[in-house]
Design a binder for this molecule. Structure first.
Ligand code: MG
Ligand code: ZN
Length: 163
């Protein structure tokens, strides 16, 4: 059980994503999606190691600093999240920007009990799904209705009905 990580994307999965081409640059712009906090607590309570993996290209574009990203991530500090891993780089300039797997490798280096093969990746983008498949995890795509929400996925994982 301890080897299971639930890797969560941030924008569009946990919180409302900014309009296309824009970024969540300040805590004032961070708004949880309905049920997201409950979902994180439910997963952690069920023994999942909850890890956030997020692309924040706005840093490379000069729209915000890494400190800004930290301040936004602090909006999740009250939740049982084991780690938040950020790619601040431009497209094609690193191996951590999803669909690359670098953020997941960083998480496993920090939390060595994580087993990718027992883990899940939950996100709203194809890049999340590709990264999840690349590490051999199960993947779950979330989004606005009729797509499932993070809470829907959490419920299915906790009840075991996805098995
Ligand atoms: Mg997203
Ligand atoms: Zn990167």
């Amino acid at each position: 059980m301890s080897g299971r990580a639930a890797f969560l994307d941030r924008d569009g999965t946990i919180n409302e994503k900014a309009p296309e081409g824009d970024y969540v640059t300040t805590p004032e712009r961070f708004r949880f999606l309905d049920g997201a906090e409950q979902a994180v607590r439910m997963l952690a309570g069920d023994g999942w190691r909850v890890v956030v993996v997020t692309n924040q290209r706005g840093v490379a574009l000069g729209r915000m600093t890494l400190d800004d990203v930290d301040r936004v991530n602090a909006c999740m500090a009250h939740l049982p999240i084991a780690g938040v891993f950020v790619c601040p780089h431009e497209r094609d300039s690193c191996d951590c920007r999803k669909p690359g797997t670098g953020l997941f490798e960083q998480a496993r280096a920090a939390l060595p009990e994580i087993e990718f093969g027992r883990s899940v990746v939950i996100g709203d983008a194809e890049s999340d799904m590709l990264a999840g498949r690349a590490i051999g995890a199960r993947t779950f795509r979330v989004g606005p209705p009729p797509m499932p929400s993070l809470l829907d996925v959490a419920r299915s994982l906790v009840s075991g009905s996805d098995a």
